[in-house]
Write a new protein. Structure first.
Length: 556
C-alpha cells in the first residue's frame, strides 16, 4: 500500500510543478502582449489565439488585475480588427473583472479601458454612451492619482458635446481644461485645449475673440515651426485661419491658408474656402471651378461616410456570427473539461493498479536474482555481440542517409530551376498584362467623344482655327485625371507647375507637335520651348526642353 501512496504523491508533485511553470510562462506572455499594446502595435487576426489563451488561462488561474488585463488585450485585438461590438463586450467584461475595493487594483488600466470604449462610441456616433465612458475614465484616473491624465480625460468631454451640438458645453469644458492645465504648469496643453474655441468664435461672428485664441494657440501650443507653419497634424486649422482672414477682408491671405489646407489633404474644406474667396472677389470662372471641386470632394466624403456605415453593419453581422461560434466553443470546452477530469481520476486509478503489479513483480524478481547472476556472463557476451551489430547497422544507416540527402538535394535543385523558370514566365506575363491594360486605357481615352473632338479641332492646322477655351482645358484636365491618374498626379504634384506647364505636358502626351502647341496656347514656339524647359527642371531637375518628353514617357 505504501508504494501506491508514494506513486500518487510523485504524480501530484509533478502536476503542481508543471502548473507553476505554466503560470510563470502565461504571466510572461501577458506582460509581452501588454508591452506591445503600450507600444501602439497594430494587432491583427494572428494575435487572436494568443489573447484567447490568455483569457482562458487567467479566468481560472489569475487575480483580478490579470483577468482584467487579459480581457482588455483581447478587446484591443478586436478593436484593431474593426470588430467594434466584440471589442466593447471584451472591454465591458474587463471592467467587471476589476476589484476596485482592493488597494492593489490597477486603476490606470481601468481608466484606459473606459477611454477605449469612449473612442468606439465616438466612432459610432453614440455621444451619450461616450460621455458615460469618458466620465468613468476621468474618475479612475483621479483614483490612480494621475492629475495630467485626469485633466486630459476631462478635456475629451468636448467630443461627445460636439456630436450633441452643445457648443456652450464645449466652450465651458475647454476653458475649464485650460485653467486646470495652467494650474499644473502645462502651458502647451493649455493652449492645445482651446483649439475648437477658434471655430466656435468664428461661427458666431466674434472675430476679436477668435483672433485672441488663435494667437495663444500659435504661440504656446508647440504645434508650429519658426515660420508659423504646422509641424504635423491638425491641418484643419488652416481652414479656420482662412475663415478669419475672409472675415476681416484679407482674401489673399485667406487663399494662402486654404491652399495650405489642400496641400496637406484637407480637400473638402480647402476647396470650400477657395470657393468663398473667389465668391468674395466676384471671379466667376474661379467660382465655378472651385464650386465643382468642392461638390466632388463633398460627394467623396459622403461616400466615405456611407462606406463606414456599411462597415459597421458588417461588424454587427460578424459579431452575431462570432457569438454563435463562441457558444459552440463554450460547449466544446465544457465537454473537454469533463473528459479531462474523468481521465485524471482514471489515470490515478490506473497508476495505483500499476503500483500494485509493480510491488508483486519486485517480489518475484528478488527470488530470481540468483538465477540471473549465473547467466550474467553469457548475457555479457550476447550484449557485446549486439553492440557490434548495432555499430554496423549505424554505419549502414549513415551511408543510406548520405545517399538520400544527395538525392533530395538534386530534387531541390531541379525544383529551384523550375521555380526560376516560372518566375521568368510570370514576369513576362505581367509585362504583357500591363501592356494590354495600358493599351485598353489608351483606347478608352481616345474613344471619348470630347478627346476625339479636341484632337480633330486642335491637333492639325485648318482654316478657321480657334484655340481651346478655358472650359475645354478644364474638361481635358478632368479626363486626364480619370484615365491617366498616375501621369496627371506627376505633372500636378510639384510646386511651381503652372497651368501652361500642365497643358503642355498633356499635349505632349496626346502627340501634339510644337507648332500646334503654340497655336493651342496662343503663343509662339520660343515660349513653348522655354515652358518645356521650365517644366522639365521643376519635375526632373533637368534644364532641357527636349528631354521632357523622354522623362514623361514612363508615365504614359
Amino acid at each position: 500500500m505504501k508504494y501506491i501512496i508514494h506513486i500518487i504523491s510523485v504524480f501530484l508533485l509533478a502536476t503542481v510543478l508543471a502548473s507553476c511553470t505554466d503560470n510563470e510562462a502565461m504571466r510572461q506572455r501577458l506582460s509581452y502582449v501588454s508591452q506591445c499594446n503600450r507600444a501602439d502595435t497594430v494587432f491583427t487576426e494572428a494575435w487572436l489565439p494568443t489573447v484567447d489563451s490568455l483569457v482562458n488561462y487567467f479566468d481560472h488561474h489569475g487575480n483580478a488585475n490579470e483577468k482584467m488585463m487579459a480581457h482588455y488585450l483581447k478587446g484591443r485585438v478586436h478593436h484593431d480588427m474593426g470588430e467594434s461590438p466584440i471589442a466593447l463586450e471584451c472591454y465591458q467584461k474587463a471592467t467587471e473583472m476589476a476589484d476596485t475595493t482592493r488597494n492593489d487594483c490597477d486603476f490606470h488600466t481601468i481608466a484606459a479601458i473606459y477611454g477605449q470604449m469612449a473612442d468606439l462610441f465616438d466612432m459610432h456616433y453614440l455621444p451619450e454612451d461616450e460621455m458615460k465612458a469618458q466620465l468613468m475614465a476621468e474618475h479612475f484616473f483621479r483614483k490612480d492619482g494621475d492629475t495630467l491624465a485626469t485633466i486630459k480625460a476631462y478635456e475629451l468631454r468636448v467630443k461627445p458635446y460636439f456630436l450633441m451640438n452643445k457648443k456652450d458645453s464645449m466652450e465651458h469644458t475647454m476653458l475649464e481644461a485650460r485653467k486646470r492645465f495652467i494650474e499644473i504648469g502645462n502651458s502647451k496643453m493649455a493652449a492645445q485645449a482651446i483649439y475648437s474655441m477658434i471655430s466656435i468664435c468664428l461661427d458666431r461672428g466674434d472675430i476679436n475673440e477668435a483672433k485672441h485664441w488663435m494667437d495663444i494657440y500659435e504661440r504656446e501650443s508647440g504645434n508650429f515651426d519658426e515660420k508659423g507653419d504646422l509641424i504635423e497634424g491638425g491641418y484643419y486649422y488652416y481652414y479656420d485661419k482662412g475663415k478669419y482672414f475672409l472675415a476681416i477682408g484679407e482674401s489673399d491671405s485667406a487663399r494662402g491658408c486654404f491652399e495650405k489646407a489642400l496641400v496637406r489633404g484637407i480637400i473638402e474644406s480647402g476647396y470650400k474656402g477657395l470657393f468663398y474667396v473667389y465668391k468674395q472677389k466676384h471671379i466667376s470662372d474661379s467660382i465655378a471651378k472651385y464650386a465643382e471641386l468642392y461638390a466632388t470632394a463633398n460627394d467623396s466624403s459622403y461616400l466615405y461616410v456611407n462606406q463606414e456605415k456599411v462597415h459597421q453593419i458588417s461588424a454587427m453581422y460578424n459579431y452575431t456570427r462570432n457569438k454563435e461560434i463562441a457558444s459552440q466553443k463554450e460547449r466544446e470546452t465544457s465537454e473537454l473539461e469533463s473528459f479531462i477530469i474523468i481521465m485524471f481520476f482514471g489515470g490515478i486509478a490506473f497508476l495505483s493498479f500499476l503500483g500494485y503489479l509493480f510491488h508483486g513483480y519486485r517480489a518475484k524478481q528478488a527470488t530470481r536474482l540468483n538465477h540471473l547472476q549465473v547467466k550474467m556472463k553469457s548475457l555479457e557476451d550476447i550484449i557485446e555481440e549486439k553492440e557490434r551489430e548495432m555499430r554496423l547497422a549505424d554505419e549502414q544507416a549513415k551511408t543510406n542517409l548520405d545517399k538520400e540527402i544527395k538525392e533530395k538535394q538534386s530534387i531541390l535543385d531541379s525544383a529551384n530551376k523550375e521555380l526560376s523558370s516560372l518566375k521568368r514566365q510570370m514576369t513576362k506575363l505581367q509585362e504583357k498584362t500591363d501592356r494590354i491594360l495600358h493599351d485598353r486605357l489608351e483606347e478608352e481615352f481616345y474613344s471619348i467623344g470630347f478627346v476625339e473632338e479636341f484632337e480633330s479641332k486642335y491637333r492639325e492646322y485648318h482654316r478657321g482655327y480657334v484655340s481651346p477655351k478655358t472650359r475645354e482645358w478644364l474638361r481635358l484636365e478632368k479626363v486626364f485625371s480619370i484615365h491617366f491618374p498616375t501621369f496627371y498626379q506627376k505633372i500636378t504634384s510639384k510646386d511651381g507647375m503652372t497651368k501652361e506647364h500642365v497643358r503642355i505636358c498633356m499635349l505632349i502626351r496626346m502627340g501634339f507637335k510644337e507648332k500646334m502647341m503654340a497655336l493651342a496656347l496662343k503663343t509662339d514656339g520660343k515660349r513653348i520651348d522655354r515652358a518645356k524647359r521650365q517644366a522639365n527642371k521643376i519635375l526632373y531637375g533637368e534644364d532641357s526642353a527636349s528631354g521632357l518628353k523622354n522623362n514623361l514617357i514612363p508615365f504614359f
